[in-house]
Ligand binder design. Sequence first.
Ligand code: AMP
Ligand code: MN
Ligand code: MN
Ligand code: MN
Length: 284
Amino acid sequence: MKTILNADLHCHSTVSDGTLTPEDLAQRAFNNGVELWSLTDHDEVGGQKRAAAAARALGMHYLTGTEISVTFLEQTVHIVGLGFDPDHPGLIEGLRQTRNGREQRAREMAEGLAKVGIHSAFEGALKFVGNPDLVSRTHFARFLVESGVCKETHEVFRKYLTEGKPGFVPHRWARLKDALHWIHQAGGIAVIAHPARYKFSANEEFALFTEFKGHGGQAVEVITGSHTVAEFVTYTATAKEFGLAASRGSDFHSPDESHTELGSLPYLPGELTPVWELLTHRIQ
Ligand code: AMP
Ligand code: MN
Ligand code: MN
Ligand code: MN
C-alpha cells in the first residue's frame, strides 16, 4: 500500500465513548474518502466484527483496532493496537481486566461531583453509555452538557474531570508491558497514541519511547487530530529517531464534539514508514 493513503486508524463508536455506531462510522469514513479504516474503541474489541463487516460491504479496507489505557510514570498513556486477531483469548482477557474498575471509578466520580452540588451524575452518565462495561469521563461530560452545567464537553473536562478537579478520580490502568504483550500475542502492532497530549518532561517522554521500543512497540501516531502542525514535525523527528513506523488517525468521537473529521487530516510525511506497510498481511 502507498504512503499517500487516506488511512484513518483511530476513532471511537458507541461501543466505547463515540456517539455513532460502527456501521455509521464506516459509512461516514467511506463518504469522506477513507481508503483504509480502523475502529479503535477504548479497551474493547466488541465492535470489531461489525466494523469489519460494514467496511467490507462498502469496499473499504479495514484493520482491527483498539486503544488501550495504560498507566506510565503516574500518567495515563494510550496505546493503539492494530491488525490483531480480535478473538485472541489473551487480548480479550487483558482488555476485560482493563475495563474492570471503570464502574467503581464512575461511582467515585459521581460522589466527587455531588460534593459540588451536581447530583445523580452516575445515573446521568449511564444514559449516554452504549456499553455498560465502558462508562468513561466522556459520558459524564455529555451529561453535564445536557444538564446545562457546561456549554461543551471540553469545558466539563477543564472544570470537573481533570486532575485536581471535583470529578477526577485517579485510576491505575494496564501496565505498558502488558498492553504490548496482549497486542503482540494477538498478532498486532502497537502504536503510541497522540504523544503530544501527555504532560511528560523530555526525560520521561524519552523513557516512554525507550520502554515502548524495548517491549517490541513499532509505531507512533504522528498525524492525529490531537496534534498541531508543529507537533506533526516534532513527532516526525521522534519517529525517525526511534526507528518507529508512523500512523495517522483523527480520533473522531462525534459529529457534535470532534474537531477533526474522519479522513480529513494531512497525509503522512513521505519520509516515514506508514504503519500499514507493516500490516499488509492483516488488511481486510
Ligand atoms: P477515560 O478513559 O474515562 O479517562 O476517558 C478518556 C476520554 O475522555 C478520552 O478518550 C477522550 O475521549 C475524552 N477526553 C479527555 N480529555 C478531554 C478533553 N480535554 N476534552 C474532551 N474530551 C476529552
Ligand atoms: Mn475517547
Ligand atoms: Mn486517546
Ligand atoms: Mn482515542
